[in-house]
Write a new protein. Structure first.
Length: 191
């Protein structure tokens, strides 16, 4: 996998997270792709894009009550498709999924995993998990990235609200890979 593909996917995830939080400065002349939105009366897949791989009920069942989302927004940049799930009344927590086609092998993918991440066996050709510490305005961030069997880089990121306890981020670090396995399966079947 090229470093450019990884950086592009991570940049899109960061941009969507920033847009979801409402704090981005897009710069003069920037024209991002319009985001499709759905509300709680529609499934997440109604937003299109990478949201086709997520649904509110499965996310809540696998991640717990704290992952009750009601709004989905999708976007794309080049060949990367994204989805952000949020609540109506709060920007955090949120769940972001980015999907990018890549030509890579597990060895290259593993070498490009973020520093401090751990290997996650049983997910795609190769996978990593990492819990990033809280930062200004956001609690811990749990991330799972994997190289799928059908040639895609997928990154699933759950951002927690400020003040989230370590026990809660540790619990999410065990749950998020389970959601990633479901997303990988749905993506492999083409639905």
């Amino acid at each position: 996998m090229s470093a450019v593909a990884v950086r592009t996917a991570l940049a899109v995830i960061g941009l969507l997270a920033c847009l979801a939080a409402g704090g981005c400065d897009r710069g003069a002349g920037a024209t991002p792709a319009p985001a499709a939105r759905s509300t709680s009366v529609e499934p997440a897949a109604a937003a299109g894009g990478a949201c086709n791989l997520l649904d509110f009920t499965s996310v809540r069942a696998l991640l717990g009550e704290q992952a009750t989302f009601e709004v989905a927004a999708s976007g794309s940049h080049l060949e990367t498709y994204t989805c952000v799930l949020q609540r109506h009344a709060a920007s955090l927590p949120d769940l972001t999924l980015a999907v990018t086609p890549v030509a890579s092998d597990p060895t290259k993918f593993t070498r490009s995993a973020p520093a401090g991440s751990v290997a996650l066996p049983g997910l795609g050709k190769a996978a990593y998990g990492i819990v990033r510490p809280a930062a200004a305005g956001v609690g811990p961030v749990v991330e799972v990235g994997w190289l799928s069997a059908n040639g895609r880089l997928l990154v699933l990121r759950y951002r927690m609200p400020p003040g989230t306890k370590k026990a809660d981020s540790d619990a999410m670090a065990t749950r998020l890979p389970e959601l990633a396995k479901v997303v990988d399966l749905v993506g492999a079947t083409g639905t």
